[in-house]
Every structure is written in C-alpha cells, then in structure tokens.
Write a protein that binds this ligand. Structure first.
Ligand code: AN7
Length: 367
C-alpha cells in the first residue's frame, strides 16, 4: 500500500545508526540492525526544577528504549559490528540491563547470547527479559565484578564477542544520547547528571559532547556530574570495593571497567563524581514519579539525587540548564516500588462502604 511505503521510509530515516552514521563506526557492510532504539523523550521537568530550586531541568527518559534502558544504544552498535565481523555468539556480565539488551539484539539478529549475572541481585523484570529473549543464562554466587572476570576469561578462550562496555562499539553507540540531547535543546546543557556504575555511560556522553563540539554542532560542553551509590562508590573513594552494596542493584559495581575514562570525563569537563546514599536515591526516585510522572528505576534517580545534594550544599549553579539521564524504566523492578507503601486495605464493593478516608494517598510503609 502507498501509505505503508511512506511510513516505512520515515522509520528508516529514524533508525539510530543511520541518523548519526557520520559520528559512528558505520561502514557499508554494517548490518542495519534496529529494534527502534534511541529518539527517547527529553521531558521538561519544571515542577521538579522548582522543587530543587533550579532554572531548568530536563529528563532524558532512556527507559523508553526497546528493552527499557539506555543500553540499547550501545548494544545495537556492538551487535551490528560483531555480525559484520562474522560473530555468531556474544557474551556479557551484567547487573541486568546489559544482559536484557544483549539478549534482545542477539535474538533479533539470530545469534547466540550468553549472559552472566549475580545471584539474587538483579531486578525480576531484567531476569524475565533474559529468559524470554532466549539467552543462555549463567547465574553466579558472586557479584557483578566477579561475573565480569568470568566473561573476560570466556571471551578470551572461545570465539565469543564480549559486549560489556569495554567493547568500544558499545561506547560509540551510547554517544548518540548526547547528540539527541543537543539536537532537542538546540544547544548543550550546562550540566549533565547521571548515575555511574561501570562508567561506560559517562565516558560515552563526554565523548559524544566533545565530538559534537568539534563538529561545530554545539559551542560548549556540559559539566559531567556523575553519582555512585554510597555503598558502591569506588571512583569516589579511589579504591575498588570488594563487597559493593546498594538498593540500586543496577549500579552495584565495585570495580568499574571504564574507571580511567570516567576520571577523564570528570576532569576535562570540570565536573565531579560523588556519592549519594540509598535514602537520597529513593527520595529522588519517588519524586520523579510523583512530581513529574516519570517512573524510572532506582539507580536512574541517582543523577537527580546528586543534583539536589549539590544545590543544597550551594555547589551547583541555580541559574543553569541541567539534563538528568534516567537510564532505565521503573517497571524493571515494580516489587521495590510497591514495597515503599503500606499494603492498601480493601473495602466491600458497595458504594455505602466507600468513604472519603479511603481516597487518601497511599501511606508509606513503616520502616
Ligand atoms: C539503569 O547492566 O552495568 O556507568 O550490567 O543499568 O555505564 O555502567 C548497568 C548499569 C545506570 C550505570 N543506570 O551505567 C549492567 C550495568 C542503569 C544501569 C547504570 C546501569 P554505567
């Protein structure tokens, strides 16, 4: 049908790898792989900005990617390049989102994915994704850092392509988020706030902003404001953490793969990488949903938690434009959200049984 042809063409021009091909390691041989990643909403957050006391805040809602996290940007590039090089199998260690993304793109491309995850410390939705997308799943009695060591070893010994963020095609694909933010705003923000785990994303954003600046697409680069969870803050403390802990399981990482690049991004941008407590993360996570209607996963709220902390300490400019990157979708881990509230009491299904007191907001769970 005629209209179908037109729509199809539009979708083609929207394909992430095509849209930014001049900034990506694309060749004519690179497969045009896509699940419709990228082009995520940049949501203006005036109510949250007012609550924090800052002029302008925008939320880069990366949970709207096909598998519900920013990882899809890097994974589509990494899997396309792996296939271009003749790979038939990919492998990664993950706190959950990378494995979901690797499993989905491998399925779409018709190759094998092997994912190694820490036992009991990955959100249920992410586990469901790895299973449903048909990945070979290895659950270890250990943490992410131990899982990463195992996949390094396996990818060394066998013809399997490693797709953790040490794979530079991953980083390249993730630079696209920086381009999108600049394209949407018409300029670079003054500050970019984001969670830091393995530090691939802060590396990619800085590379992206720098490249866009060199190309004359923007005139200034933002300060990179990265935040680790207090119990998992190796970069902040300058030492690897053997037993990282945090409620934000996505960033429960003690020895980040892109550590040295993250320091470069921090220092070259005049930014910082600091720690926020689980309490600060949870408060920001709930505020994002309640005040702006944007539901992300807990780790994703670390950027907003950090910005709030800096503002409270008068260490961040108030008359400035900030973008906070919300890296993953809130529905990845609905259990943790429901746990925040006391179980609501049900009432008989009769109008006479309903009083105004039943219509109050759900109360917080007693801790
Ligand atoms: C929601 O999936 O490391 O600093 O194995 O899932 O680039 O590592 C996830 C990381 C932030 C941290 N927010 O990004 C994995 C994994 C969410 C995440 C991060 C992750 P990086």
């Amino acid at each position: 049908m005629f209209w179908y042809g037109i729509m199809y063409k539009k979708v083609q021009t929207m394909m992430l790898l095509e849209r930014y091909r001049n900034f990506l390691p694309m060749t004519d041989q690179t497969p045009r792989l896509t699940l419709g990643e990228g082009n995520t909403p940049l949501v203006a957050a005036p109510r949250l900005a007012a609550a924090l006391g800052v002029r302008e805040l925008h939320l880069k809602y990366e949970g709207m990617n096909p598998t519900g996290s920013f990882k899809d940007r890097g994974m589509v590039m990494a899997v396309a390049k792996a296939i271009e090089a003749g790979a038939t199998s990919i492998i990664c260690a993950s706190t959950g989102n990378t494995s979901a993304s690797a499993a989905a793109y491998a399925a779409h491309a018709g190759i094998e994915a092997i994912v190694v995850v820490p036992s009991g410390k990955i959100a249920l939705g992410k586990l469901a994704q790895a299973l449903m997308y048909g990945a070979r799943l290895l659950v270890i009695d250990g943490n992410f850092d131990q899982a990463l060591r195992i996949v390094f070893e396996l990818s060394d010994r066998f013809p399997i392509t490693l797709v953790n963020s040490v794979n530079q095609d991953r980083i390249e694909g993730q630079t696209t988020a920086a381009y999108e933010i600049c394209d949407a705003l018409g300029h670079a923000p003054d500050g970019l706030c984001l969670p830091v785990g393995n530090a691939g994303n802060i590396t990619a954003y800085w590379r992206g902003f720098s490249r866009y600046c060199e190309a004359g697409m923007i005139t200034n680069r933002p300060k990179m404001l990265g935040f680790q969870a207090a119990g998992s803050a190796p970069i902040v403390h300058g030492v690897a953490i053997e037993h990282p802990e945090t409620v934000a399981t996505a960033i429960r990482i003690g020895n980040p793969a892109s550590w040295k690049y993250a320091l470069g991004a921090r220092d070259e941008s005049g930014g910082l990488i600091e720690a926020v407590t689980d309490e600060q993360i949870i408060a920001a996570w709930r505020d994002l949903a309640r005040i702006e209607g944007v539901f992300c996963e807990p780790a994703s709220a670390a950027g907003v938690a950090g910005l709030r902390m800096l503002l409270e300490q008068n260490r961040a400019e108030r008359d400035a434009c900030y973008v906070a990157v919300l890296t993953g979708h809130g529905l990845k881990d609905p259990g943790l959200a429901v746990e925040q509230f006391a179980a609501p009491e049900s009432v008989p299904a009769e109008i006479g049984a309903v009083s105004y007191t039943h219509l109050t907001l759900p109360t917080n769970r007693e801790v």
